[in-house]
Design a protein around this ligand. Structure first.
Ligand SMILES: [Zn+2]
Length: 197
């Protein structure tokens, strides 16, 4: 239906998570029909955020500074490291105020069908971090899905020569669900009731 620059805008919007064809069409038309200044502001804020944010060189979290404020914070519990899939999960766990340790963001989960194997996880950096610090426990706060399970077990095996307690969140999180959509209270309880791998 759309063509030219409008089609291009629609296709770029469709690449965003959770945006289907119809929604992309609606958003593209909305952007073009609203006050131009507002659309320029949207475009500028995307560019500024993209240019300003980078991955923390220690934990991989997306942030404006490197190292990120969490890695720089000496008041956090240095005995705990929490492994998560994305920066989104860090914000979610922080919102529970239940966890005060450090994080490591994987960025992806093992998924051979999508071409994501052990090499793409970049686990050498994680191992170096664990060897460098004095963590007593590593908590896997990863969505309980097929990819999540194989990632947890692969990393647990990868770190087996390091003497450290490995735990994962309790099964308060339903299998197949996404961490992002887990309620704060459920996530808080899952953090309290973690168990060894
Ligand atoms: Zn960091």
């Amino acid at each position: 239906m759309f063509s030219g620059k409008l089609l291009q805008l629609q296709q770029n919007l469709k690449n965003l998570p959770g945006i289907g064809e119809k929604t992309a069409q609606r958003l593209a038309l909305f952007i073009l029909s609203q006050n131009k200044e507002k659309s320029y502001q949207l475009a500028d804020s995307i560019k500024i955020a993209v240019d300003s944010y980078t991955n923390c060189s220690t934990c991989n979290m997306l942030n404006e500074t490197d190292p990120c404020p969490i890695c720089k914070d000496p008041t956090r519990d240095e005995s705990l490291l929490c492994i998560v899939e994305s920066t989104r999960d860090v914000y979610h766990i922080e919102s529970t105020q239940e966890y005060h340790g450090y994080y490591y963001v994987l960025g992806k989960l093992l998924s051979p069908v999508d071409g994501i194997g052990p090499k793409q996880l970049g686990l050498e950096k994680l191992k170096a971090l664990v060897q460098d610090k004095c963590f007593k426990e590593i908590i896997f706060a990863i969505s309980p899905s097929t990819e999540g399970e194989s990632t947890i077990h692969f990393i647990a095996e990868y770190l087996q020569d390091i003497s450290i307690c490995l735990t994962r969140l309790s099964t308060g999180i339903p299998y197949g669900s996404d961490m992002e959509y887990t309620g704060t209270v459920t996530l808080m309880n899952a953090l309290k009731r973690r168990f060894p791998i």
